[in-house]
Write a protein of this length. Structure first.
Length: 561
């Protein structure tokens, strides 16, 4: 069984390897929640499976059982009531370390095969995962299905492909022959083995538990490291389902299922610091606040730490010949999942004197009115609005939204929308606030959620300078520019290169700055404080293992033998 899974999925892996080299469009897992693709009863079956978890304890049968805990709440207002066994960290780490040698010795093909089978089975359960993601994060169903299911699985496969390519860059064994002139050559058999660093810790986030969690999980697992998954207390179920399925596949393949375990905690009694500083933990993947991400980087010297932290994503608006297309694009961008995405723009820099559009000059107020009006129009249909906006995941996000209105001039007020199917859902439209560039206290730090600042600057050059300053200081995952002037676009590219941020130019159609495509886009660059690595690329996987070489002198064949 150790290689059967590899044989079953080798063709998929080869396509993924080709995709990461070509960087053109390719997706392994269908993103449409269609019965024709996933089965006519797939949605119903997935919802039934999700409902089977409610009001009971989630059973993982992990070593060292402890009392059950759990505090997840649905942003849509339904009762979850799911509990999980509190982890016995000594037992989990002991079993993880014990399981590592056999997993290491299985080799890249066997490990990749197991990981690909896990991803295959996760894909078949995408509807179940969609409901779990929806009711823990607040994402709308379509987004929960796509981002929580196929797109997350694509990112997991992408990590497997990068890791597999890195591990296979050297042959398993080679005979090294060095001529010695008149003397017999030196013959040495050299064996190269990929060796894992140690126990890996994946620290989940509350808004995208699978999309942000799968790259680290699969990159560590396929390179031979056992993985402890520590979900955010508000979004445990999607990762619990993932861990349970991974353990089942590992056991079927003849490996210790404790290569993947779940460590649950509560907000009142967090355990991440306890795990992260263990000497056995040699890899940490984290998505979340800068405060905790900075602590991990500074205080976990024994581990390779990969972080994606908060930042201030920015857009610069200059003279542009399709302002209506821009406004429509921004309306969706700023509304999607109520801005609860690490890629959503927060700061939009606009010259105070205004800009030139296709019909002449527009003042700052005209541009602000155009953007606000487009958002208002886009969200005018409540049934469409609730699907795009989703629900507010955290009470802290709601507090930030309410406080933002006092930071400047309100261009567009936030309002509550009633969900037709979930009367207790917490749904809010974005607030848009206008401020001057010298009011940096208002917009310099991340205001996570549906909050947008329109910032008056002296000129487009000043807008670019201010974008550069804020990203250099606070970090960003995305940036964008709207301009019909080639020299302005080139200036924006120079800023992006200097501060290490991915740049989008003149998006007016169906592509949005807060979307990232696996196998083509590099999510984050590692070039500014918002992230210390590109997630995913070769650098993201290479430090999860070491190549250990073993040399054996071979006898020189007798002359004439």
């Amino acid at each position: 069984m150790t290689t059967a899974f590899f044989a079953a999925h080798e063709a998929m892996l080869l396509k993924a390897l080709q995709a990461i080299r070509a960087r053109t469009y390719w997706s392994a897992y269908p993103e449409l929640p269609s019965g024709r693709i996933y089965g006519e009863t797939a949605r119903h079956d997935g919802e039934v499976a999700f409902q089977s978890y409610l009001g009971r304890q989630f059973d993982l049968d992990q070593p060292g059982r402890k009392p059950a805990i759990g505090e997840e709440r649905s942003p849509y207002g339904i009762e979850l009531g799911i509990t999980y066994e509190a982890p016995d960290m000594e037992a989990l780490i002991l079993r993880a370390v014990k399981a590592m040698p056999a997993w290491r010795d299985a080799g890249p093909d066997a490990r990749a095969g197991v990981c690909l089978e896990i991803l295959h089975r996760l894909n078949r359960r995408s509807f179940e995962l969609a409901f779990a993601v929806m009711h823990t994060t607040g994402q709308g169903f379509m987004m929960a299905f796509q981002a929580g299911g196929p797109h997350a699985q694509d990112r997991g496969l992408e990590a497997v492909a990068y890791a597999y390519e890195a591990m296979k860059s050297a042959p398993d064994t080679v005979v090294w022959e060095k001529p010695q002139g008149k003397n017999p050559p030196l013959l040495v058999e050299k064996t190269f083995k990929a060796v894992p660093r140690g126990v890996a810790l994946v620290v989940g986030c509350s808004t995208f538990p699978t999309w942000n969690g799968y790259p680290g999980l699969f990159a560590s697992l396929v390179t031979g490291n056992p993985v402890i998954v520590k979900p955010h207390p508000a979004a445990i179920l999607p990762l619990a389902i993932t861990v349970k399925l991974a353990r089942e596949v590992l056991a079927e393949a003849g490996f210790d299922e404790n290569l993947v375990t779940l460590a649950v905690d509560t907000a009142a009694h967090p355990i991440t610091k306890e795990i992260a500083t263990r000497p056995e933990v040699r890899i940490i993947d984290f998505t979340g606040s800068s405060v905790f991400g900075n602590w991990l980087e500074a205080d976990c010297a024994q581990a390779q730490v990969y972080t994606e932290k908060s930042g201030v994503n920015a857009i610069v608006i200059d003279d542009f010949d399709d302002l209506k297309g821009m406004a429509r694009n921004l309306a969706f961008t700023l509304s999607l999942y109520s801005g609860q995405m690490c890629t959503t723009p927060q700061n939009i820099f606009i010259p105070a004197k205004g800009i030139k559009g296709p019909e002449g000059h527009l003042s700052f107020k005209d541009v602000a009115k155009l953007i606000a009006g487009s958002i208002d129009k886009f969200l005018s249909d409540p049934e469409r609005a609730v699907e795009v906006l989703g629900a507010i995941q955290s009470p802290a996000t709601l507090q930030r939204l309410e406080a933002a209105a006092s930071l400047g001039e309100i261009v567009l007020e936030s309002r509550a929308i009633a969900h037709p199917h979930f009367p207790n859902a917490t749904i809010r439209t974005p607030v848009v606030v206008a401020v001057d560039a010298d009011q940096s206290d208002a917009y310099e730090t991340e205001c996570f959620g549906p909050v947008t600042f329109l910032i008056r600057t002296k000129s487009t050059e000043d807008s670019l300078a201010e974008m550069e300053r804020t990203i250099q200081k606070h970090g960003a995952i995305t940036a964008a520019i709207y301009s019909s002037q080639e020299e302005t676009l080139q200036a924006a590219r120079e800023v992006a290169l200097r501060v290490g941020v991915n740049l989008s130019e003149n998006l007016t159609g169906g592509l949005f700055v807060n979307q990232s495509a696996a196998f083509s886009d590099f999510h984050a660059t590692g070039g500014n404080p918002a992230a210390n690595a590109s997630l995913t690329d070769h650098a993201f996987v290479a430090n999860r293992f070491r190549v250990v070489e073993m040399r054996r002198m071979l006898p020189v064949p007798a002359e004439g033998a």
